[in-house]
Design a protein around this ligand. Structure first.
Ligand SMILES: [Ca+2]
Length: 450
């Protein structure tokens, strides 16, 4: 059984009468797909009789199975039945499969934390290679524009436009964001001395977890502030910085060899962001060539790379008790700002126009964290859908049509499709899917109503 490596847990004081002895193999209950069961956190055990219940841990201390201590019941065997909502019945049996007693009821609440046993595989989910005719506008199916000259919270000096003067394809497979020194009044009526562009996938594409990377060549000069970054797609409801911000590439012109990678969240934003830098060796300047900037993002860890070099890993421990806000979908932003609080303003050494040349942006899903259905069951009028990696905005689809979905806050791997089962005839087969808040859909789960 791949990946299952039983160890003695060191801290099992979660509740109930756990013992920490190695469980017997005969008494093991295995979840339907142990490779996908990455869980621990809250484990509520209600033991009703004198039977010991043992969680089985892997090396990363995730529960991968439940067992009983059959040695305390010589001659008896246990049977395990998984019921809906991860409720597990344990029965003791002796002789000719005579069920004597339902000994205890275990309620296991699995909270997805980290992947454990399955291999990491990245699947390209979204990309823009910026192929297209010279002078044409970036693909409007993929990008929106932020427009205006309001300073963007940082006393910035540019007006962002959607003109092809400021954002266009070069005909050689690159997006150009061009900063122009010009007097310009945008539709917001604000007159500024510079124009530039800020492209974002908001409303078009979002991603939760995986690998995000861009290959690009930055502009240079005092007061020039390019970035490849993300904001939480819940920014309207949660506000900034609670929505979360991940800066994958952020540079200021006065530090031509330095890249900043930063997380901003509640209680650690602005100058207090969780940040690290990567410095090119031997005085090389980022603006002199293309470089690849990436993150690898999983539950409870974000790793930052430049040209394949891992230079920092941030985890909830870095947030030091403050909220880790990187478990939901984010949208992507590419922009070049001018002036403002972080880079300072341009001076006599700054030359214009300045261009950021972007070869590609690629987004890969991490297959360990894509939503997966492991079970579907009719519960009276409703449909109980169990699985992994459902996010807070996930929705059950019935033959492709979204259904009203209720979430159990205690059991992230369980969704209830309200009155969905009522729509299915007995004997009818339907395709059940789950769509996460970032638009990711599970593989289909064929369900036949009994
Ligand atoms: Ca390209």
């Amino acid at each position: 059984m791949p990946g299952i490596d039983v160890i003695n847990p060191t801290n099992t004081s979660v509740g109930g009468s756990f013992t920490t002895r190695r469980p017997s193999r005969s008494g093991r209950f295995l979840p339907s797909d142990p490779q996908d069961l990455r869980a621990r956190a809250r484990l509520n055990v209600h033991v009703r009789a004198g039977i010991s219940v043992l969680p089985v841990y892997n090396k990363r201390a995730n529960i991968i199975a439940i067992a009983t201590d059959s040695q305390s019941h010589p001659g008896w065997k246990e049977r395990f039945y998984e019921r809906k909502h991860s409720v597990i019945d344990v029965e003791l049996i002796k002789g000719r499969l005579m069920v004597l007693t339902r000994i205890c009821l275990i309620t296991v609440v699995f909270i997805v934390l980290v992947a454990t046993t399955s291999a990491q595989t990245y699947t390209l989910r979204w990309a823009d290679e910026f192929d297209g005719a010279a002078g044409s506008s970036p693909n409007s199916a993929k990008w929106n524009f932020d427009i205006g000259g309001n300073g963007w919270g940082n006393s910035e000096l540019e007006t962002y436009t959607s003109r092809t003067d400021n954002a266009f394809l070069d005909g050689n497979g690159n997006l150009i964001i061009k900063v122009i020194q010009e007097r310009f009044r945008g539709p917001d009526g604000i007159r500024r001395d510079y124009t530039s562009a800020r492209l974002l996938t908001r409303g078009k594409f979002t991603q939760r977890y995986g690998r995000l990377e861009a290959r690009l060549k930055v502009p240079f000069g005092q007061g020039i502030w390019p970035a490849f970054w993300m904001l939480g797609a819940n920014i309207d409801s949660a506000g900034w910085p609670t929505c979360g911000e991940v800066d994958i590439m952020e540079q200021v012109g006065r530090e031509p060899s330095t890249n900043h990678g930063t997380l901003h969240g509640p209680g650690y934003s602005g100058g207090a962001g969780l940040t690290g830098i990567y410095t090119l060796p031997n005085g090389q300047k980022f603006a002199d060539d293309f470089h690849t900037f990436a993150i690898e993002w999983e539950p409870a860890a974000i790793k930052f790379y430049v040209d394949g070099n891992l230079y920092q890993t941030k985890t909830p421990a870095d947030a030091a008790g403050k909220q880790w806000v990187y478990d939901h979908a984010f949208f992507i932003i590419l922009n070049v700002a001018v002036g403002g609080s972080f880079p300072g303003n341009p001076d006599a050494t700054t030359t214009f126009p300045q261009t950021m040349t972007v070869d590609y942006v690629r987004v890969y899903s991490d297959d360990r964290f894509v939503p997966k259905i492991t079970g579907v069951e009719a519960v009276k009028k409703n449909l109980a859908v169990s699985g992994d990696n459902f996010d807070g905005d996930s929705v059950i689809l019935l033959d492709g049509a979204p259904q009203k979905t209720l979430r159990d806050e205690m059991a992230s791997g369980m969704l209830t499709g309200k009155k969905v089962a009522k729509k299915i005839e007995s004997g009818q087969t339907v395709n059940i899917q789950v769509q996460n808040g970032d638009g990711q859909i599970t593989s289909e789960f064929s369900y036949t109503k009994p």
